[in-house]
Design a protein around this ligand. Structure first.
Ligand SMILES: [Zn+2]
Length: 282
């Protein structure tokens, strides 16, 4: 397990000797480099894609094996704690890149949990107005510190009509990051005529969606998954350099031997952000 990880290269194959001793952040998604989509640069959609830490063993261990082309050297200015967030931030960067956000746009982040927070960080360089909506005031407070211009606390039961009434004219781009039941329809209600609904959250069950409303208002439905290592990871490391993001989005650090305790905190829903695990003593 562990698909968001960094490490120091202690052994390397013949073609990767220059990596020895380097601190690297791992992109986790492995692609073949040969299929049509890889050749287009869309390595996250590779025919043979698999993810270290999800499909096979990953970084939740003292040692891990990763291909050279998904190990991105970490600049000296970026701490281990910050660099550990590079992979999930790269996912946020990829989603924002695909959404086609333009300078001056008004954007809604529907949900500012992990994915929404990282999208908020990624949006900082676009010069947009960011309205964060969530059912949790604590998350909204963090979103403000990450650069959200405005926050709105919503009820988990809010209807599309009620959420539309909050911003009747609609916004240019809506990022639906929660995957919660009914959230895609709420996101659509927030998009303006001709706007964009970017679906980032994963719905566990099929849900109702008013397609006719999307068609009649020419709302573009966009999707995004994972990230493209060579494009998104270097930018993620750059955005993490100040240390501010890690400070706001990291709950705590556990040693590897206490990892079960970390999982219990995660499973209980009591974690306020990412939990990091280190093979060193903490
Ligand atoms: Zn491929």
């Amino acid at each position: 397990m562990g698909h968001e990880f960094i490490g120091t290269v202690v052994e390397a194959g013949a073609s990767a000797q220059e990596m020895l001793g380097k601190r690297v952040a791992c992109g986790a998604g492995v692609s073949c480099g040969q299929c049509a989509l890889c050749k287009e640069g869309r390595t996250n959609l590779c025919d043979h894609y698999y993810t270290l830490g999800l499909s096979i063993h990953g970084g939740l261990a003292e040692f891990a094996v990763a291909p050279k082309n998904i190990c991105v050297p970490i600049p000296d200015s970026v701490s281990d704690e910050s660099a550990a967030l590079a992979q999930p931030l790269a996912v946020g960067i990829h989603g924002v890149r695909r959404a086609g956000v333009k300078k001056g746009d008004q954007v809604v982040l529907l949900g500012v949990g992990a994915i929404g927070s990282f999208a908020c960080v990624a949006l900082q360089s676009y010069g947009v107005e960011i309205i964060a909506m969530d059912i949790d005031q604590k998350r909204l407070d963090v979103a403000t510190q990450l650069g959200a211009t405005k926050t709105i606390l919503i009820s988990p039961e809010i209807t599309p009509a009620e959420i539309k009434a909050l911003i009747p004219a609609g916004v240019d781009v809506v990022f639906e990051t929660s995957g919660a039941p009914g959230a895609a329809a709420r996101g659509l209600a927030l998009a303006k005529r001709g706007g964009i609904l970017m679906l980032m959250g994963l719905n566990k069950t099929p849900q109702d969606f008013p397609f006719a409303d999307a068609v009649l208002r020419e709302v573009v439905l966009q999707t995004t998954v994972a990230h493209v290592c060579k494009d998104d990871m270097p930018e993620a490391l750059e955005l993490l350099a100040s240390g501010k993001v890690a400070k706001l989005l990291t709950d705590r650090i556990y040693s590897l031997e206490n990892v079960n305790e970390a999982f219990e905190v995660l499973a209980s829903g009591k974690a306020n952000g990412k939990i990091l695990v280190t093979p060193q003593n903490v």
